[in-house]
Design a protein around this ligand. Sequence first.
Ligand SMILES: CC(C)(COP(=O)(O)OP(=O)(O)OC[C@H]1O[C@@H](n2cnc3c(N)ncnc32)[C@H](O)[C@@H]1OP(=O)(O)O)[C@@H](O)C(=O)NCCC(=O)NCCS
Length: 167
Amino acid sequence: MRCIAEPAEASRVAEPPTLAAPRPLRGFRPPDVPGIASIVSEALHEHYDPSLYGSLSAEWPSGFLVATDERDAPVGFLLGVNQVPAEGRVLMFAVERGWRGTGVGHALMDAFLERCRLRQFRRVTLEVRVSNVGAIRFYTRYNYSVIDLLRSYYSDGENGYHMARDL
Ligand SMILES: CC(C)(COP(=O)(O)OP(=O)(O)OC[C@H]1O[C@@H](n2cnc3c(N)ncnc32)[C@H](O)[C@@H]1OP(=O)(O)O)[C@@H](O)C(=O)NCCC(=O)NCCS
């Protein structure tokens, strides 16, 4: 499973939407799958078996955060996993294009880090395409730093950065 993202330039909307009220966050629910799959397809260019989301959620339900619109439909999500003791990993993280730049990503990351702290994790890791400068800047502002270069990490041959931050 790889955190795959489009190049940053294409990921930014030309005109950010008007300032939005903070979005409520909640846990993943099975009816979210079509909405989340649509975000994954557009933002991460991936198509996973729909059952994947439920099975990953079952392992650590609190690590799967969903931001919703006024109709409770997903507008962004962060799927975190705990595969290494005392360590969280951001497996998938994306916000619907029209909602980017309105604070949804920050809300999701803040909440995820808080949940990692509650579980007394010592570190959070993630992978990102080297071309995804927007996401890398976002992560750098969250004190993630590059700990490794992952050569040909992505299926199209692009290198990835392994990033981590302490808690
Ligand atoms: C990376 C990503 C998840 C960030 O989500 P986001 O909702 O756009 O993030 P935010 O809106 O919280 O913050 C983005 C920027 O908008 C700014 N911003 C936050 N709230 C804002 C507001 N209310 N008004 C205007 N700007 C705002 C932030 O300062 C931030 O600026 P920065 O990038 O210079 O730090 C999103 O861009 C995305 O889905 N990208 C495509 C998929 C991807 O690359 N995922 C990561 C894979 S590793």
